[in-house]
Design a protein around this ligand. Structure first.
Ligand SMILES: [Zn+2]
Length: 272
């Protein structure tokens, strides 16, 4: 009996949702996804051309019900960061056992990280690199590094200096002009790894120790990024003592302080 909270049912999120929900331990799903299925999605998505024009959330619910009629599926057809829906999202997070983040933009990932830490819930994140040359799977637990710690650490490591920006293959996303869409094959490799890590973390949320906190899997040789194809790179990212987002505080943090921390984290990523 486990409740999965997932944000995102795009080309990367949908196969993760599908694979995780094949596991009978998952008995309830809450999916946050506001987008409409578009013609350009069909090339990389599980849904057919005839579904164009419908909400991805509704299509995902139908997909799951056709495979798991027993599954309790609930939809939040809204943006994760919609101020008017935060009470509902908080409520869902408080009742979740595990979270899956398949959001396609940095502000949403930071927002999700704050949500899951606020409720002390374990969660996972998958990121396909632009062009599908490889991808990341990260996992997070209460007391471990936050997304800001991980993003800051990886940004400073040599291997990623020349890597293209993460793009869970979402043409039309906020950085579409700077990214090359990944192939469905690349997306599904990363989605499968993401699903495996999620299910393992669900099995043992306290003791999970796969030998990495962030797994980078190279799928193609790419000059100045990956010397070899099909090679894993394991990172053990520690919690950063000076992290403005997750460092312990003497007093409750104000909204302004959190805004400053978020701005600084985004600036470090070069998104500002
Ligand atoms: Zn942190």
């Amino acid at each position: 009996m486990a409740h999965l909270l997932q944000v995102g049912a795009g080309s990367g999120g949908m196969p993760v949702l599908d694979m995780v929900c094949r596991d009978r331990r998952i008995t309830r799903v809450t999916l946050i996804e506001p987008d409409v299925y578009k013609a350009h999605n069909v090339e990389r998505h599980l849904f057919p051309l005839s579904d164009v024009g419908e909400r991805k959330a509704v299509l995902a619910e139908r997909w799951l019900r056709e495979r798991r009629p027993d599954l309790d599926v609930r939809l939040l057809v809204c943006d994760l960061m919609d101020p008017a829906r935060q009470a509902e999202i908080d409520q869902a997070a408080s009742k979740a056992d595990i979270g899956v983040c398949a959001a396609d933009n940095e502000p949403a990932k930071f927002h999700w990280d704050a949500l899951m830490r606020r409720h002390g819930k374990p969660w996972t994140l998958g990121e396909v690199l632009s062009g599908g040359i490889g991808g990341f799977v990260h996992w997070f637990t209460f007391g471990g590094p936050c997304y800001g710690c991980v993003a800051g650490h990886l940004q400073r490591t040599i291997v990623l200096d020349n890597a293209p920006p993460p793009d869970y293959s979402n043409p039309g996303g906020p950085v579409a002009e700077t990214t090359i869409p990944a192939s469905m094959a690349s997306i599904h490799v990363v989605a499968s790894l993401h699903a495996l890590v999620t299910l393992a973390l669900l099995t043992d949320p306290v003791g999970y120790a796969p030998g990495f906190t962030s797994l980078l899997f190279a799928l193609q040789r790419a000059p100045e990024v990956f010397e070899e194809a099909f090679r894993p790179h394991r990172f053990r990212v520690p919690r950063a003592a000076d992290c403005l987002i997750c460092r312990p505080r003497a007093s409750p943090s104000s909204v302004e302080e959190l805004d400053v921390a978020l701005d600084q984290a985004l600036a470090r990523l070069g998104n500002e």
